[in-house]
Design a protein. Structure first.
Length: 273
């Protein structure tokens, strides 16, 4: 039995394409429909009520397709709104980034000291702490909001050797390293691009966990368990939608996907949903 219905994937903007990159590698047979709310990005500094209101509209738009599952690629939406969105859409399984990342972190931490870097709204939500404590009450969780990472990545400042990103990253990470973390959750869509810079600063004794990649593995487990997997003999197709102008999409998209995007992108009016 195969199920060729698409999987919806959404984010506050184009950062969620890092999750698409993982999905294309881990589940190449699946059809994907991506929505990036480029007109209202960033969500990470906003109030939880605003994030939920936006996320509800994002979900309503994607639900105009006949989906079999939904991936919340955005760390900020996953930490603040996932439970509500799942409760409001009981017929559609949702995968967020928090639980899969925490499960992996709980597996790999030896000293039971886990750092979490994410947007302000994500850290403020306490979602990573709560999920890790549920898995193992002895794990100490040290959260650190890194609000400058998103704009720096979007402006191409993510490469090792770039003095600006290295200075900012060192400032954010030093307090976590002082707390002797041995595992660090990259809890935001943009951070996979900073993996090398972060790894250089943290050193080999800290294991990095990429939340988006763990979500892709979680989706694979879910589709398998519920008999929802696509046709393994085919390569799936991806469709892309945004809520703002599409002109810059290809440049930004290739930044996050780390390959050229050969797909067209369509603009929709998210306020209609
Ligand atoms: N996508 C957001 C996240 O993963 C980062 C960008 C934003 O603040 O909207 O938290």
């Amino acid at each position: 039995m195969t199920d060729t219905r698409p999987v919806g994937v959404f984010d506050s903007g184009l950062g969620g394409l890092t999750a698409i990159r993982s999905l294309l590698r881990i589940l190449p047979e699946e059809n994907l429909i991506y929505f990036g709310d480029t007109a209202r990005v960033p969500y990470g500094n906003r109030a939880p009520e605003t994030i939920l209101q936006y996320a509800r509209q994002d979900v309503r738009f994607l639900r105009s397709f006949h989906l079999k599952a939904m991936v919340v690629a955005c760390g900020t939406i996953s930490t603040t709104s996932l439970d509500t969105l799942q409760a409001e859409n009981p017929d559609l399984p949702f995968v967020g980034v928090v639980s899969p990342a925490c499960r992996r972190a709980a597996e790999v931490t030896k000293q039971k000291r886990v750092g979490v870097i994410a947007t302000r709204a994500s850290v403020r939500s306490g979602a990573y702490e709560a999920a890790l404590r549920r898995l193992d009450p002895e794990i100490a969780v040290i959260g650190k909001p890194c609000p400058l990472f998103v704009p720096l990545v979007e402006n191409g400042r993510f490469r090792p050797g770039d003095i600006v990103i290295e200075t900012v990253a060192r400032e954010y990470l030093t307090p976590l390293l002082r707390q002797n973390i041995d595992t660090l959750i990259l809890g935001c869509t943009h951070y996979p691009l900073l993996q090398e810079v972060i790894a250089d600063i943290c050193g080999a004794s800290v294991t990095l966990v990429s939340a988006g990649e763990e979500a892709a593995y979680e989706l694979k487990r879910l589709l398998k368990a519920r008999n929802l997997r696509g046709d393994l003999s085919h390569t799936g197709e991806a469709q892309f939608f945004v809520s703002d102008q599409t002109e810059d999409f290809e440049n930004m998209a290739s930044l996050f996907l780390r390959e050229d995007l050969r797909h067209t992108v369509r603009r929709i009016d998210i306020e209609q949903y």
